[in-house]
Every structure is written in C-alpha cells, then in structure tokens.
Design a protein around this ligand. Structure first.
Ligand code: SAH
Length: 260
C-alpha cells in the first residue's frame, strides 16, 4: 500500500485520467508514494438503471444526487486511522494552502464529488470538512478534487525534485513569491535585474524579501494582515487596528531596503 491514499467517489472517474499526465503526480504514482482509488458512484446506484439522482423535493430545476449510493460508496471504502472525508461544495470553506499542509500529515483523504444541482442535504454528515475551491460554481466536484490531489501530492516527501522549491513559494508565508527569471539575460529588451547576477546571496535575499512585500502590498493586501510580525502581535488589539499597523510597518520596512 502507498503512503498516502486518495479515495474519490465520483460519477465521472474518467475525469481523473488527467492526473496521469500532470508531472509531479505522475511521478508520485510511479514511485508508489500515492494511490488514487476511484469509486464509481454509478456502481452503487439503485435498481437496474443504477439510479444515482432524482428530482428535488419541493420542485426546481435539475437533478440532485440521492443519499443512498453516496453512503454505500463511502461505507465500502476501507478507512485508515489518519483519514478525513472532504465534501466538494461551493458552500464549503475556501481551500487554502494551509489546509493542504494540514492534511499532508494524514495518510488517507476521501473526496466526495457532487454533480448536477448538487447532493441530498443528508450526506453532509459524512464529511469531516466541506471544501470549496473558490467563489464560483463548476458543474462537478472532479476538478476541485483534482486540485486537492495535485496540491497535496506536491507537498509529500519525495515528490518534488527539489524540496527547497516549497520554501519560498506564494502562500507559504502568506506573502506572494518574488519575481523569477531564467535565461536568456535579455528577452525582447527586458533585462534580468542586475542584483540577481551579483552572486551576493545576502543582497539577493533582501531584494527578494522586498519584492515579496511590494508585490503582496500591491496585489493582495488582504494577505498581509496574516503576516506574523512579532512586535505587533497582541491578542487584545482590534484586528482592524492590527491590520493598519501591519501595513504601516511594512511600508516603513520597504523604505529601508537598498535601491537596487
Ligand atoms: N446547486 C449547488 C451547486 C451544484 S454544482 C449549490 O448552489 O451549492 C455541482 C457540484 O459541483 C457540487 O455539488 C460540488 O460537488 C461541485 N462544485 C461546484 N463548484 C464547486 C466549488 N467552487 N468548489 C467545490 N466544489 C464545487
């Protein structure tokens, strides 16, 4: 058995063929670091038509997934002691990098994918967590599930070629990553910043730190409120005041970097 198992309940198992062509995940499957077990909801359907959906009580458009097939599919999955069940729904908590990090210490994730107009309310109690991948509505939970499998797998030891690449990246520290460059030195008259050619590691580190702060301030002020600035941490401080102080602190900090 692999060290991490994904068990997915879905009406469209074929959608998961994509993960066989996604670089990091393909490698993790090849190395037996993960297993993706697909449970075709249709096989748990009722009657000779293997019915999995029905019209909503009270009327309204579309079809709703029935509770019994999802329950049966969920029951049929062997659960390990470090297992969680995630329900894909646009009504769930919006997925964050810290969730993926948190789940990476488990050894099994069971994912329930909805379809059509959604699912019968009574399957919600199967879920340890209800997860949305953003404030928009897709036609099914398969792409959200693949996003979770992808994001979590690249955090598992032995998956990424270079574990250091996890350290600086966006959302790890709540700051967005600094700009990256590779060859050529000049591309369409756009040059690589000189500091990156200097070989001065401390200056490069500072330049990157500054860019991370600038970039986050510019694009995602909302993330900055979560930056842990030791001297500003106080549980009693009102969050708005704290956010304001953090912004000021960062603006001050930016003034103290060298001008490369
Ligand atoms: N009528 C439902 C949406 C149904 S969309 C509602 O308003 O809540 C059909 C299925 O796609 C959902 O059951 C869910 O499993 C999946 N889905 C759609 N958008 C999603 C999102 N942003 N995050 C996670 N799952 C989503």
């Amino acid at each position: 058995m692999s060290s991490f198992n994904f068990d997915v309940i879905t009406l469209f198992p074929k959608a998961f063929e994509l993960i066989n062509n996604l670089g990091v995940i393909t490698r993790a499957l090849d190395k037996n670091l993960i297993d993706v077990n697909l449970h075709d909801l249709r096989e748990y359907g009722e009657g000779s038509y293997r019915q999995v959906d029905d019209k909503p009580y009270g009327g309204g458009a579309g079809m709703v997934l029935k509770p019994e097939p999802i329950y049966k599919a969920h029951e049929s999955i062997r659960k390990s002691s470090k297992s969680k069940t995630l329900l894909m729904t646009p009504q769930g908590k919006v997925l964050k990098q810290k969730d993926l990090v948190r789940w990476s210490t488990l050894d099994q994730i069971i994912i329930i994918c909805g379809q059509y107009e959604g699912f019968d309310e009574r399957i919600r109690c199967l879920a340890d967590e209800e997860i949305s991948i953003g404030d928009y509505v897709l036609s099914g939970g398969e792409i959200p599930a693949i996003s979770i499998i992808n994001g979590l797998t690249r955090l598992l030891p032995g998956t990424l070629g270079d574990p250091d690449s996890l350290v600086d990246e966006s959302h790890n520290s709540s700051l967005l990553e600094y700009p990256q460059y590779t060859r050529p030195l000049i591309f369409k008259e756009m040059e690589v910043p000189n500091i990156l050619l200097s070989g001065n590691h401390e200056q490069i580190r500072l330049w990157r730190e500054r860019k991370m702060l600038e970039r986050t301030l510019d694009r995602r002020k909302d993330l900055i409120s979560k930056v842990q600035l030791k001297n500003l941490q106080s549980q009693e401080t009102d969050q708005k005041v704290l956010n304001h102080l953090i912004l000021l602190e960062i603006k001050n900090k930016l003034e103290n970097y060298p001008d490369w």
